[in-house]
Design a protein around this ligand. Sequence first.
Ligand code: FES
Length: 106
Amino acid sequence: MIVTKTRTLVADYSKLPVRAGYAVKIDDKEIALFKVTNGKVYGIENRSPHPKGGVLTEGLVSGEYVFCPVYDWKISLSDGKVQAPDEGQVKTYQVEVEGDNVYIIS
Ligand code: FES
């Protein structure tokens, strides 16, 4: 079976804020983009895995982690894993940057 991936242009790299979230939508999925200090861009589902489901673009970014604005869970931007002592995981998306174009591969 051949699985085809879709590359969707979602943002201008130069307009992404550093160390802050930026929400984009693909179909019905809301994705949070985060440009970290080293310039890398991560894409994760824009919902905390906690039952309260905080919006992660409103969280605080530190290094390669975002802290959920509701109960402060620490979530890895690279693999989506919630750090101990809490647990859970958010979906991560592959991001590609080409010039000023930021794409999500899904
Ligand atoms: S909503 Fe509770 S930690 Fe995010």
